[in-house]
Design a protein around this ligand. Structure first.
Ligand code: DX5
Ligand code: ZN
Length: 230
């Protein structure tokens, strides 16, 4: 299994000072920047695109940027995100007419590729493309909004995904997205996740006046992860 990584979703950051927000969560020990792209078509919300990813790179962010596409169609925007400095690009299989082709396109553009599974989407999509997947992202909420509650059936699905990944023998990250907080991150890790997206869990509730405001919450998450039995 890959080392644990916390991936704050910048969806819950203060967009008026996004560069500083990302610097602060990385300085607090987070490893990956989770970048939620919504198009008001595949999901009923509208967020950020390649220009913002490019701006973070120009600001000096060197950590992996994990671009979660909640857009339909998928392929048109992939080269733009690769150009903008994305590390991972993941998409929902329902949003692509040709899943294998989209995965190939991401690799051809020099990025790592992943598939995202909604709560009711079967993992069967992995059967024929696991050789082209570097990340499996399980949604533990329905996509479109931050701040929702973790759907508990995601735990069994994580166990199922962990078996599939281990049987493949490939180096594939297993990421969970939605409702991840200090109080459930340990059981999520025990179910097999190695990469933990948290938006409101990291960015919400911190004291705006404190320059080290994310240190406490990130440390609490890491302490919980250290307790997880593998
Ligand atoms: C939802 C997004 C998530 C979301 C997570 O569609 O993919 O990344 O921002 O937010 P929290 O951690 O608040 O559930
Ligand atoms: Zn996401």
């Amino acid at each position: 299994m890959a080392d644990f990584a916390i991936a704050p979703s910048i969806l819950s950051a203060d967009f008026a000072k996004l560069g500083e927000e990302v610097d602060n969560v990385l300085a607090s020990g987070c490893e990956i920047v989770h970048f939620d792209v919504m198009d008001n078509h595949y999901v009923p919300n509208l967020t950020i695109g390649p220009l913002v990813c490019d701006a973070l790179r120009k600001h000096g962010v060197t950590a992996p940027i994990d671009v979660h596409l909640m857009v339909k169609p998928v392929d048109r925007i992939i080269p733009d995100f690769a150009q903008a400095g994305a590390t991972y690009i993941t998409f929902h299989p329902e949003a692509s007419d040709h899943i294998d082709r989209s995965l190939q396109l991401i690799h051809n553009e020099g990025c790592k590729a992943g598939l995202v599974f909604n709560p009711a989407t079967s993992l069967d999509y992995l059967n024929y493309v696991i050789d082209k997947v570097d990340m499996v992202l399980l949604m533990s909420v329905n996509p479109g909004f931050g701040g929702q509650s973790f759907i508990p059936t995601a735990l069994d699905k994580l166990r199922e995904a962990r078996k599939i990944i281990d049987a493949s023998g490939r180096d594939i990250r297993l990421e969970i997205d939605g409702g991840v907080k200090v109080d459930n991150i340990c059981e999520i890790a025990e179910a097999g996740a190695d990469t933990f997206v948290s938006g409101s869990g990291v960015f919400g509730g911190a004291n705006d006046k404190d320059p080290n405001r994310y240190d406490t919450i990130v440390k609490q998450m890491k302490d919980e992860l250290a307790k997880a039995k593998k």
